[in-house]
Design a protein around this ligand. Structure first.
Ligand code: FAD
Length: 501
């Protein structure tokens, strides 16, 4: 019989040593490239994982470039002659399923290329690809200006969100982040360094925006700026009726800039999940918990109006509009008056809280979807009520809010559903290593139900492993997408973690 105590001790030692045991395969770069390839266990270990915490993709090495020219040298070498290794740009590795990984290839740590330069006329900022959005905000706000479209979480990289879309509560008014870019510097899979814009190398420009890292590495993005307001009036209102909730959301996203809100999202409080009532006064919190218990689901409309001293009078009118014309449950409205920076950076506080509880670095089998407005009620009934609410428990957040489709540019690679109003859905569940398969099969059943009932969803931040799923995802854009791949990355070196080619 095996020696049990010895086996337990060996297993413990192995588990303890695991991160430093991750072995990468060897890549040898010629001296003439003058590049330092990091292959130490800690560099490899960091680059092997992502926020999803579900996959491990072990690269051969990591490069921390000191200039775009270094990336160009690496890609020229990799693409010359036989394919030597593949390459992935990595922003923060906040992907969910290894999309920023590269098995046995080279990771480019884009955080080594960070920086923001605001133009003299303050109409745009030139931002290096690895810069975090929070740093773009800090630098631009110092000068009284700001980008106009934000993700909920700002500790993601500019190159990373522009490779997806960059969506959040300002999309309905200003479009996703990809709609607010004037030009880019990109290094293609062949190592060419090209500036591109709607006028110059437009095929590359439109391809890269939402292009999942397939056509080139973004080393600079010229981002549109506008006036940076000083403060935000931030509201949450509760609804027990889904139709009233979506009707108010849809009305608010159709309103003009001066009379309407600047930010709009929505989330669900479900009786089988964690209900965070902390936004509301202490005196209302137990009443809200009771409402959730009795209704099963309470819908939370979230809006913000940005302002500074000169625009303060408009705020009174907007508050009046919200309180007098919306159909939320009487009394269940709460307002916080916060600095613009703190409003935009609000998820950082959640991150800090979850980190302190050891709940940040857990598996995240998230599912992000776009649903056309005409089918949102079917989605609510078939998915939210019939699937999510019927689970014994759910962990995490469910977001549900509409946006205007005309703020997207069809020439870009990013995909979204076709109707004028598109609902953005985030089913953002946390898991344990043990129940990942269970949550993944729940996600699969959500997608199946949508397909079976004809709900025309598109996934966001998706990870397909079958070519036919990618072809279906891109639909009529697939042919352009694959032509652009042949044009800009013919050796198929870039971002192989997306599993497209
Ligand atoms: P990575 O994960 O490092 O990379 C993503 C992909 O882009 C990879 O394929 C990578 O190879 C490629 N890539 C990275 N940098 C470049 C570059 N410079 N050039 C070309 N390709 C590149 N997204 C939203 O849209 N809205 C949200 O509200 C939102 N909230 C989030 C909240 C949290 C807590 C987290 C963790 C993520 C959230 N995201 C949101 C998702 C986020 O946009 C994606 O994770 C995105 O990939 C950016 O993360 P990243 O910079 O770490 O990119």
């Amino acid at each position: 019989m095996a020696n049990l105590p010895l086996m337990i001790t060996l297993t413990t030692v192995l588990i303890y040593l695991l991160p430093s045991c991750i072995k990468s395969s060897e890549i040898i770069l010629p001296k003439s490239l003058n590049l330092t390839l990091l292959t130490d266990p800690s560099a490899i270990s960091v680059a092997s994982h992502d926020f999803g915490n579900i996959t491990t993709v072990i690269p051969g090495g990591v490069i921390c470039p000191s200039s775009p020219a270094e990336i160009s040298r690496l890609l020229s070498y990799a693409s010359n002659g036989e394919r030597k290794f593949q390459v992935a740009a990595r922003g923060q590795g906040h992907s969910l399923m290894g999309q920023a990984g590269v098995p046995d290839g080279v990771i480019i740590n884009m955080t080594c290329l960070a920086g923001v330069v605001v133009s003299d006329d303050m109409k745009y900022a030139d931002v290096a690809g690895g810069t975090l959005w929070v740093d773009v905000l800090k630098k631009t706000a110092e000068k009284g200006v700001s980008p106009v479209s934000w993700t909920d979480y700002l500790h993601v990289s500019v190159g990373g969100t522009l490779s997806n879309a960059g969506i959040g509560g300002e999309v309905f008014r200003n479009g996703p982040q990809i709609s607010n870019v004037l030009e880019l510097d990109v290094i293609t899979g062949k190592g060419e360094m090209l500036a591109c814009s709607p006028q110059l190398n437009s095929e590359l420009f439109y391809g890269v925006l939402g292009g999942l890292g397939q056509f080139g590495i973004i080393t600079r993005a010229r981002i549109v700026l506008n006036h940076a307001p000083k403060r935000a009036k931030w509201f949450r209102m509760l609804y027990s009726d889904f139709t009233a909730f979506t009707k108010d959301q849809e009305r608010l996203i159709s309103m003009a800039n001066d009379t309407g809100v600047d930010y709009l999202e929505g989330q669900l409080f479900m009786s089988n999940g964690v209900v965070d009532t902390s936004f509301f006064p202490q005196s209302d919190q137990s009443k809200i918990a009771d409402l959730v218990k009795s209704h099963g689901i309470i819908y939370v409309l979230e809006v913000a109006k940005f302002y500074d001293d000169p625009t303060l009078p408009i705020i009174g009118q907007v508050v009046d509009m919200l309180t007098k014309t919306l159909s939320y449950l009487p009394g269940f409205i709460s307002m916080h008056d916060v600095a613009y920076f703190d409003f935009l950076n609000r998820v950082k506080a959640e991150e800090d809280k979850l980190r302190s509880l050891g709940l940040w670095e857990v598996p995240h089998p998230w599912l992000n979807l776009y649903v056309p407005k005409s089918q949102i009620l079917d989605f609510h009934n078939g998915v939210v009520k019939d699937i999510l609410l019927k689970q014994n428990s759910t962990s995490g957040l469910t977001l549900l809010y509409p946006s205007n489709r005309n703020k997207w540019d069809n020439r870009m690679s990013a995909m979204v559903t076709d109707e004028d109003v598109v609902y953005i859905i985030g089913i953002l569940q946390s898991a344990t290593p043990q129940n990942v398969p269970e949550v993944e099969s729940l996600n699969d059943s959500i997608i199946r139900v949508c397909k079976d009932s004809g709900i025309k969803i598109k996934q966001y931040l998706m990870h397909y492993t079958r070519k036919e799923d990618w072809v279906e995802h891109f639909g009529t854009k697939w042919s352009d997408f694959s032509k652009r791949k042949d044009l800009f990355d013919p050796k198929k070196l870039l971002s192989p973690g997306q599993d497209i080619f």
